[in-house]
Ligand binder design. Structure first.
Ligand code: ZN
Ligand code: ZN
Length: 637
């Protein structure tokens, strides 16, 4: 069950950027060439009187008056006052200049009156680039991207040359289905102008590419930028992190810091996200230290990322410390902490924290329930989990979705009742997904239920015929009950149907260097030392009872070769390297991109016994914390 709590980071980026454009639109580009005027308190004073008095003034007087009042109305979002000024203009037959007309337009957009603004815009006898940009920017800020883009096209059609603000604004609208194509066209348009190197324009361009997942194009823009600011630096780091290129994100963050970048809270949030991906605790602590030293103040989203980072890096204690010290929490903070406990198999903590949450003011949401249910499941608290699901259904505050039902299937399967889980699947109001059948199949492996295992596997072969994992589990179930012929048939059909899966790799971080291992890795500089140690390790664990689980090998080779293949799995290499390079007694922390196989899981248990080490391994599904031969997952993953 994958629970996403990474949301919102790019949202902040976008808002920061939008804010910056807004500021520039109002302070720089709209500054008129008139002497400063004195009556800036007009709105606060008596507007009626002022308007009456002003009717007798000349044209220049009127201009200064309107300008000053409108400025106040924009600053205070004083809708009624501004409307009266507008009415006054109409009543006294005053024809505002293009500058003043645009001020009025901005006033309407600032007061969220997009319809009025557009009407005014359409009726303006004369427009300039600022009026066009203000209207486009108003649409863009409120997320009406297609409206903004079509207005931009009209602007070009009317022979107006966009300026740097127009380009920067319109590029932020290039998202969604066709956004990227528009963005590329705008990019080629930009090449012909001198705005390309303007910092706002290039950071919008970079952001556009990054959000579209075109990280190489984004990087090219970034590398070509003459000036960079924290927004553009953060955007490129976030671009890498969003694509899961955590190593690159972190590398760039460090490099930019060396070059003098001063991170803000969005940068920190982004880099913490990348660190969670890498489970790089030591560096995570350093970044946390920097956050404290920078004295940024309290930012909820950054603290939520800290909780997430610490729990994903295996330090629940620190995660909880951050959580407890937050002066203010959101439902995301609670969810992050609950997910953290759940992934570590600490069902009791999940329940305790959830009960505490229910006593407070923050209401659980759908993710909370997901975290609680899967936490109960991972922590083996079957009856508690089922009770929570019941109360969720009864309270009707949050409609359970397919993922909640999936957790229940997991709970029942884990509770030793694949039959009940199967009944539940048949009665639920959703069409079962592959994840659900997969969970049932896993339960059948653990509880050696051939009958239901076959049903689940058959469903899975229909839905995802190319996923080798399902064939392997079914063949394991057959093997466990001695049905060798069926096992051979399943293996055969696996060979005919499946495609090559993503290669497994494991990471370990030692002295600030991240080491990546593939199966039978030949590239690591210390490979000789590692394989020598691995050989010794095998002898030692076999002495205390380890037997290789040959059913984990998919290839049709003899047993000796199967054992050899197993021995070189990436996580074993990473653990061995950890044993060599970390001081005796220190825990070893590994991250694996796929699910750990049964043999490696078993090997880990023996290693912790023989070497007296604790091993934490985070695979694509959950945390395994192995101490003295026992894993926190209870051998169910
Ligand atoms: Zn393995
Ligand atoms: Zn485990």
């Amino acid at each position: 069950m994958v629970i996403h709590i990474r949301r919102g980071v790019l949202g902040i980026l976008h808002n920061t950027r939008a804010l910056r454009y807004t500021l520039n639109l109002t302070t720089t580009s709209f500054k008129p060439n008139f002497p400063p005027n004195s009556n800036s308190n007009t709105v606060n004073g008596n507007l009626d009187e002022a308007l009456l008095e002003m009717s007798i003034g000349g044209f220049t007087v009127k201009f200064h008056f309107y300008d000053s009042v409108l400025t106040e109305c924009v600053n205070n979002k004083a809708l009624n006052h501004g409307k009266r000024v507008h009415t006054h203009m109409i009543k006294t037959c005053y024809r505002p200049s293009v500058y003043l007309g645009t001020r009025l337009l901005i006033f309407y957009t600032k007061c969220d009156c997009l319809g009025d603004a557009r009407l005014l815009f359409e009726r303006m006898p004369e427009r300039n680039v600022v009026s066009w940009t203000a209207m486009i920017s108003a649409y863009s800020r409120r997320g009406h991207s297609s409206e903004a883009l079509s207005l931009f096209v009209k602007m070009l059609g009317a022979d107006f040359q966009p300026n740097e603000f127009t380009f920067a604004t319109v590029l932020t609208c290039c998202n969604g289905n066709f956004g990227f194509d528009h963005g590329k066209q705008i990019h080629s348009l930009l090449v012909k102008t001198h705005f390309k190197s303007h910092i706002f324009v290039s950071s919008s361009l970079l952001d556009m590419y990054a959000k579209a997942g075109k990280i190489h194009d984004a990087r090219q823009v970034f590398d070509g930028m003459k000036d960079r600011d924290i927004v553009s630096c953060t955007a490129i780091i976030a671009g890498y992190a969003q694509l899961g290129l955590d190593e690159e994100a972190l590398k760039l963050f460090r490099q930019l810091q060396k070059e003098g970048m001063r991170p803000n809270y969005v940068t920190f949030t982004t880099v913490l996200m990348a660190l969670s991906g890498l489970a790089a605790l030591e560096y995570g602590e350093q970044v946390h230290g920097q956050v404290i030293r920078t004295e940024l103040g309290f930012y909820l989203v950054m603290h939520n990322s800290l909780i997430d980072m610490y729990s994903k890096c295996g330090s629940l204690e620190y995660a909880r410390r951050v959580f407890d010290r937050m002066p203010e929490k959101s439902v995301i903070s609670w969810n992050a902490m609950l997910v953290g406990y759940g992934k570590h198999g600490l069902g009791k903590e999940v329940v305790k924290l959830f009960e505490k949450m229910r006593q407070g003011e923050i209401m659980p949401d759908s993710v909370t329930y997901l975290a609680v249910l899967s936490g109960c499941s991972h922590g083996g608290m079957v009856s508690e989990g089922l009770d929570y699901f019941d109360s969720m259904v009864k309270s009707r505050e949050i409609e359970p979705d397919i993922e909640h039902y999936g957790c229940v299937v997991d709970l029942l399967g884990r509770g030793g009742s694949p039959e009940k889980a199967f009944d539940f699947i048949q009665q639920m109001p959703f069409k079962p997904t592959s994840a659900l059948w997969g969970s049932l199949l896993g339960a059948c492996r653990v509880h050696s239920n051939v009958e239901i295992g076959e049903i689940a596997a058959r469903k899975l072969f229909e839905i995802e015929p190319q996923n080798a994992g399902n064939y392997v589990i079914l063949s394991n179930i057959y093997a466990a009950s001695g049905r060798w012929e069926d096992m051979i048939t399943v293996r055969k059909s696996m060979k005919e149907n499946t495609v090559k899966k993503e290669p497994g790799k494991s990471f370990i971080k030692i002295n600030r260097t991240l080491h990546t291992f593939y199966a039978w890795d030949k590239c690591h500089p210390n490979k000789d030392e590692i394989y020598e140690m691995l050989g010794k390790l095998y002898v030692k664990i076999k002495e205390v009872g380890y037997v290789p689980d040959l059913s984990c090998v998919l290839h049709d080779v003899d047993d000796e070769q199967k054992e050899r293949l197993l021995m070189g799995h990436s996580e074993k290499l990473a653990i061995t390297f950890g044993l060599i390079r970390t001081p005796h007694g220190m825990p070893i922390q590994i991250v694996k991109n796929l699910r750990i196989c049964a043999d490696c899981h078993n090997t880990m248990k023996y290693i912790t016994k023989v070497y007296g080490r604790e091993i934490s391994l985070r695979d694509s599904n959950r945390f395994h914390r192995v101490v003295d031969g026992v894993c926190s997952c209870g051998d169910y993953w």
